[in-house]
Write a protein that binds this ligand. Structure first.
Ligand code: SIN
Length: 288
């Protein structure tokens, strides 16, 4: 049976309707899903009241899963394939380390030399209002640049830092950020990436990029700021309003995203994410 799709926005995304991702799925049906994933950049699966194991199993159809060794404090102890994004306090009552995850524009694992192919985020609880996630179409953002700008950025590499989360201002956050930087030395990634499957060029920028390799922060900042502002123009963006049991799958090679903090932090926002390993990209820089 043909896949039933409903577009989510002009910019990107489609909902896959009438599907239970925990049910057995043949190669042909998953092939259709994967083609839609490549075409739309984001796929939404609503009402997936499934187990953690089923979330992991479905994610494995997209590729090998990251066990999140570069973010050891953020993964579930019982399922290292699941990364927590939650404001639920820890068992000892201390605030969750992951409550500010994703608050900057970014593409998952861009600060490693094996950035992610894609991610599947499952929603367990959302606040009454807010807590949305924004997604930007980075193919479209690249295509819309002038030929002069495309030529200017063609050879540039952006130095990506890990441990830049808002929590870094607090005491436990300072320790965490230092650990993150030890585990993940600065990595330079091309500002323009060619998607290994579609062959399309995409901007690979975000708020973790601190400067261009070979340039100072002062020299780099105006162009980084321009490219982030350009890529996040409303016509390239989809805003997802979460419902419990949504699973959103996105392609990190041609989209970037940002979790919004526009909600009452006394209300629970709890997400769990699988991360699909991508192909090697970028290089470690000694003087990040
Ligand atoms: C993430 O960046 O993976 C988390 C996004 C979100 O919580 O909305």
């Amino acid at each position: 049976m043909a896949l039933k799709l409903r577009r989510l926005s002009y910019a990107l995304g489609a909902e896959v309707c009438d599907i239970d991702v925990s049910k057995p799925m043949g190669e042909a049906q998953f092939g259709e899903i994967y083609r839609a994933f490549l075409q739309y950049g984001i796929l939404l699966f609503r009402n997936q009241d499934i187990t953690r194991e089923e979330h992991i199993d479905f994610s494995r159809r997209f590729g090998e899963l990251d066990r999140h060794d570069s973010l050891p404090r953020d993964r579930r102890a019982d399922h290292p394939e699941l990364l927590m994004v939650t404001n639920e306090p820890n068992a000892d009552g201390t605030p969750s380390d992951t409550r500010y995850t994703g608050r900057q524009w970014h593409s998952d694992m861009s600060f490693t030399t094996v950035p992610s192919l894609g991610s599947l985020l499952r929603c367990f609880a959302v606040p009454e209002v807010g807590g949305d996630t924004l997604f930007a179409n980075m193919d479209a953002a690249y295509d819309a640049l002038s030929d002069g700008m495309k030529k200017l950025i063609a050879g540039l590499h952006g130095i990506q830092l890990s441990g830049t989360r808002k929590i870094a201002n607090e005491e436990s956050g300072v320790v965490r950020a230092a650990e993150q930087r030890r585990l993940n030395p600065p990595v330079a990634q091309p500002i323009v990436r060619v998607h290994p499957e579609t062959g399309r060029k995409a901007l690979y920028i975000g708020e973790k990029v601190k400067r261009f390799d070979g340039m100072t922060e002062e020299e780099s900042k105006p162009l980084i700021d321009y490219l982030v502002r350009h890529a996040t123009r409303p016509d390239f963006v989809y805003r997802h309003q979460w419902r419990k049991d949504d699973i959103l799958a996105w392609d990190n090679r041609c989209t970037m995203h940002q979790a919004l903090g526009d909600f009452d932090e006394t209300q629970l926002r709890h997400m769990e994410r699988t991360t699909i390993l991508g192909t090697p990209s970028g290089y470690v820089v000694a003087n990040g």
